[in-house]
Design a protein around this ligand. Sequence first.
Ligand code: FAD
Length: 324
Amino acid sequence: MKNSKIDNFLKVKKELGNKVILNEPMAFHTTLDIGGPARLLSEVNEDEELIKLVKLAFKYKIPYIVIGEGSDLLVSDLGFMGFVIINKVDDVRINGSKIMVKSGTNLQKFINFTIGKGYSGIEKMSGIPGTVGGAIYGNAGAYGQTISDHILKVKTFNGKIIKWYTKTDCKFSYRDSIFKKKNETILEAEFEFEKGVSEFMKKVSLDIIAMRSQKYPPGIKCPGSFFKNIIADELSASVLNKIAKEKIVYGKIPAGYLMQEVGARGQQRGSVKIADYHGNLIVNLGNGKADDFYSLAYEYANKVEKKFGIKLEPEVQLLGFEKL
Ligand SMILES: Cc1cc2nc3c(=O)[nH]c(=O)nc-3n(C[C@H](O)[C@H](O)[C@H](O)COP(=O)(O)OP(=O)(O)OC[C@H]3O[C@@H](n4cnc5c(N)ncnc54)[C@H](O)[C@@H]3O)c2cc1C
């Protein structure tokens, strides 16, 4: 690492004082409880602070990442030689028939708010961890609902200017958005929902949370599903012929099924294990290492490619793996 870069980290530290921590283990900030140190780490509670820190990263030309609750992150054991900004900017406001929500708002808090006000459309996403910003970034969803369904527009900061993206500009698709390709910080979003019956939606929400706790028991250390499911329409007929038709659910082939077919369930490396009951759920049993997680996941993804000709792509975002 060049000395000038190290100097720049120290300059940011000097400007921010005790608002920034040096060499903070990312394991403390991910649901997987894995990850080496972030060179610099800071938490923000206001938009102005968030914008200021992103501007500082640009000013000193240091790599940075804005994260939410770290529920979709695999950070390498060597950590991240950059600036991690944890977004805790939290606010939900009703503006006529629209709802404005800040990106650091916890997703469940937002869902509960909509249910309480009698708005329907995201109640089936109950139990998905993380922030609204993280959900928009990866177009999170469950049980046929996705965060993008009711988005009107998204406000971002690109290091220089604040911009509004219309829903079309966001290019949402299955677990994807334009923000995976652009280095922009999501600040807030505007939503519009249909009216629903609060009592009914509340029951749906609680039932789904109870159901999800079977797959993800409290305290489990994981980043949700590791690989994305496969959109059946995007496969050639010869590849599709290898898949039993009844395995295609809502037009998708579950990555868990493909992993299971190559014997992934129950496999373990070090303290990292693929769940006995789900081929796409990889868990840190205790002192798990990112290297073990990554190599175990890809050992079986490679077997999937060999057997089915299907290349699995991670749904989880990788940080600090640039040299792999
Ligand atoms: C037990 C469990 C179950 C899960 N179930 C589901 C599920 O059913 N469906 C589903 O879709 N996902 C699921 N996930 C994955 C995860 O919860 C979601 O992807 C969630 O939306 C991530 O939000 P986060 O705030 O934790 O993002 P983080 O993990 O903090 O960040 C993920 C990515 O988003 C980017 N990001 C976050 N905030 C911003 C921002 N403000 N601006 C720009 N980029 C940003 C980060 O840079 C990073 O690249 C599950 C995870 C766990 C642990």
